[in-house]
Every structure is written in structure tokens, then in C-alpha cells.
Design a protein around this ligand. Structure first.
Ligand code: PAF
Length: 276
């Protein structure tokens, strides 16, 4: 891939990378479209990265459909689909990881303590291989986006990180490959996430600034569905991800909820009256 991209660079001035774990939905395709718009050459990677899954998580059953993904990537204008295998990426004796000291110790990182080390490591490896001009990430994985931005800044990586909005189903559920695990009954209950976020946004707009009250209301809305189990609901500073007690400027509400077995995440910016 390094050799191939060296040749590509003779005619293409810019390369966009969209890193994914495959099983494409409209969210992935929107990242590819953005990459297509921005750069001369679009590389899409599919790699279900073992380093970012903890024990007992869904690594072995993560949904896959490489043929369908290949067709969709081609239709969306990808020039290269890169699908490394795990043994080549992490050969026997592999021991180098990229670790951030603070940002991973909030939100999802509290519940998935090795997850962001795996993400930062694989993204660094992809950047080293592709040397992309742009790399595109969705805002649904907000903490991941912030960690990658920080890593790129801290380590002077010569790539521009572009973020793209969360793409939602018509009823508001954030698109995720993991939605495919939901039974029809759980699919309905999964709307608790977006309903809780939308409700908080409205309450903040109406002047409720106490984060405890907002989180309690969100808990109540989600807990009213029998198959949900809340991992966390937090309201934090959008830059540092530190939990806040009172909303005084833009704040991020983020949550992770198991609906049956799948663990779904979502987030929304909360904007108090008079800001933004
Ligand atoms: O967001 C994802 O799909 C993954 O975390 C990523 C960025 C492709 C790294 O494996």
C-alpha cells in the first residue's frame, strides 16, 4: 500500500482517508462523499481492529459484508479499498501502542479502558501507511474524534482531521453498524437515546442549566424501556470532556446505553439561551 500510494502521489496531489470497520451504512457513505469532495484520491479502509475491543465485547460477531461494502465504496467513488488482516497488522510480538494521558479517561473510556489506546494505535498505523492529506471521522464517535484531533496536534502528524455530522434514521436513531443487532422490539426502545438527548436540548433551551436534573430526566426516559441498561449519561465540556455541574456555555451531552446486548452511543450539543 505504501508503494502503491507513492505512485498515486505522482498524479494525485491530495489523498483523503476514511477509516472504517466496515458494514457500511449511510453514515459511512457520507464520510466517503466528503473525502471525494475534498481530495483527488479517496482511500477507504475496512479493519475490525482487535486492539480496540475489550474482553467479552463483540469482536467475533462484529457484522461483516465485504462484497456489499466493496460495491458501495466503489459506487461512492473510492479509489482504493484497503482491507488488511489482523495478523499482518499485529504480527506475533507486536508491542507498540499510542496512549493519550487524559482524554480517554472520560465518557466511554471509563467503561472501555483499553478502547482508545486501540483506536489511537490503529489510526496512527493507517496514517503512517497512507500519509493522507485529510482523514474524515463522524461526530457520532465524538470522544474518538477529539482524541484523534488531540493526538494529531500533540504528535505533529501532517494530516488534517475533518469531522462530519451524525447521520440519523428518519426517526432519529443514530446510524451504526451495531443497529443491525437490534430485534424489532429493541429497535423501538433504542429511540430512548435520541428522545433523551432531544428532551435535554429543549430543556436547556428553556433555561434548565442544572446537569443533575437534566441527566435524571434522561435516565427516566431511557429507563422507561424494559430492555435498556444505561452505561453512562454525562454532560461535559466539549473540549476537555470534563463533567460539568452547571451549563454556562456550549456543553456536550453524551450517553452509552445497552439495548438488549448491543451497546449504542449518541451525543448532542446543548446550547443555553443567549449562546450561539
Ligand atoms: O470509528 C471506527 O469505525 C473505528 O473506531 C476506527 C476509527 C475505524 C478505528 O478502528
Amino acid at each position: 500500500m505504501i508503494e502503491h500510494l507513492r505512485t498515486v502521489r505522482q498524479s494525485a496531489k491530495t489523498i483523503a482517508l476514511v477509516p472504517t470497520m466496515g458494514y457500511f451504512h449511510a453514515g459511512h457513505l457520507s464520510l466517503m462523499e466528503k473525502g471525494r469532495e475534498l481530495a483527488d484520491h479517496l482511500v477507504v479502509s475496512i479493519f475490525v481492529n482487535p486492539a480496540q475491543f475489550g474482553p467479552g465485547e463483540d469482536l467475533d460477531k462484529y457484522p461483516k459484508d465485504l462484497e456489499r461494502d466493496r460495491e458501495l465504496a466503489e459506487k461512492t467513488g473510492a479509489d482504493i479499498l484497503f482491507t488488511p488482516d489482523a495478523d499482518a497488522f499485529y504480527p506475533h510480538g507486536y508491542e507498540s501502542f499510542v496512549v493519550l494521558e487524559d482524554l480517554p479517561h472520560h465518557l466511554c473510556g471509563i467503561h472501555r479502558p483499553t478502547h482508545f489506546r486501540g483506536v489511537a494505535t490503529v489510526v496512527t498505523k493507517l496514517f503512517n501507511i497512507m500519509a493522507p492529506t485529510f482523514a474524515i471521522f463522524g461526530r457520532k464517535d465524538y470522544q474518538q474524534l477529539m482524541i484523534i484531533r488531540k493526538m494529531v496536534r500533540d504528535l505533529n502528524m501532517p494530516v488534517t482531521i475533518i469531522d462530519a455530522p451524525t447521520i440519523r434514521e428518519p426517526d432519529g436513531l443514530a446510524m451504526s453498524s451495531r443497529n443491525s443487532y437490534l430485534t424489532p422490539a429493541q429497535r423501538v426502545q433504542a429511540l430512548g437515546l435520541i428522545n433523551a438527548l432531544e428532551n435535554a436540548r429543549k430543556q436547556v433551551g428553556d433555561g434548565e442549566l442544572d446537569t443533575k436534573a437534566l441527566i435524571n430526566n434522561a435516565k427516566f426516559l431511557i429507563d422507561s424501556h424494559p430492555d435498556t441498561q444505561i452505561d453512562y449519561i454525562d454532560i461535559c465540556d466539549p473540549e476537555t470532556l470534563e463533567t460539568i455541574d452547571k451549563i454556562e456555555g456550549m456543553a456536550l451531552m453524551a450517553l452509552a446505553v445497552k439495548v438488549g446486548t448491543p451497546r449504542l452511543i449518541d451525543n448532542m450539543m446543548l446550547c443555553p439561551p443567549g449562546i450561539g
